[in-house]
Ligand binder design. Structure first.
Ligand SMILES: O=C(NCCCCCn1ccnc1)c1cc(-c2ccc(F)cc2)cc(O)c1O
Ligand SMILES: [Mg+2]
Length: 214
């Protein structure tokens, strides 16, 4: 049933997770994708690295590039201090629709602003739209070829402050070689690699944490 994989994930979350309970919604997605059908959520292993970074940064403003079904959106939103905001950008209207419903089921939609459109078009509008200056944390998990151009765009838009943390998923699988080369060689970043496994599989992947230095 459910004409798309995101729809089938949504239906499972609605049936298996307690409304308003973010952790049960996260567990439901992981259970479904580990046992029924794989999906490109960051997953629980890499998700624990994401959690640790969110808790260490204690961000007031978070940007996520690539929402998909809202799995990492939930992981971040459930750990935010009161008053903090998470802006998440999704290109695919169907993914965004599913994510909105999953976030609603988990009771996390108040902390999250989900925008549908190309990140390259939306990033230049964020300061004005949200009356904010810079992001404290950016989770990058969208098209792997967009990681580098969007990081450059964030710099040019003045959305990074010294200390802003960029955390990028999939820098090993599928890989983002041009992004890695940039953040590891630019004097404007201090970069660190976290080896781990691709979501739900015994395949090597990794996350790159890069602190903007100004
Ligand atoms: O492509 C990915 N994500 C982007 C999805 C589209 C984003 C659309 N968008 C949103 C905003 N602007 C554009 C992705 C892929 C894989 C993967 C790994 C192995 C494999 F064999 C197949 C796939 C694993 C991930 O963890 C991923 O994140
Ligand atoms: Mg990913």
């Amino acid at each position: 049933s459910g004409q798309s994989r995101p729809m089938r994930i949504l239906q499972f979350v609605q049936s298996a997770a307690a409304p308003g309970d973010a952790n049960s919604a996260i567990c439901a997605v992981d259970s479904y994708c580990a046992n029924v059908e794989w999906a490109m959520n960051v997953g629980d292993k890499k998700g624990q690295i994401l959690d640790a970074v969110v808790l260490a940064v204690r961000p007031r403003w978070v940007l996520e590039l690539g929402t998909y079904c809202g799995y990492s959106t939930m992981r971040i939103a459930r750990l935010l201090p009161p008053g903090a905001r998470l802006v998440t950008l999704e290109m695919n209207q169907h993914y965004a629709q599913v994510a909105k419903q999953i976030l609603g089921h988990a009771g996390l939609d108040t902390q999250v602003d989900l925008l549908v459109g190309a990140s390259s078009a939306l990033i230049p509008q964020l300061k004005k739209k949200f009356e904010m200056e810079t992001f404290d944390l950016i989770f990058i998990d969208h098209w792997k070829a967009s990681y580098l151009p969007d990081a450059r765009l964030l710099e040019e838009c003045g959305l990074l402050a010294p200390g802003t943390v960029l955390l990028a998923d999939n820098v090993t699988c599928p890989g983002a070689p041009d992004y890695l080369q940039y953040v590891r060689n630019s004097p404007r970043y201090r970069s660190e690699y976290f080896p781990c496994q691709l979501e739900y599989l015994q395949v090597e992947d990794g996350m790159e944490k890069s602190v903007f230095l100004g």
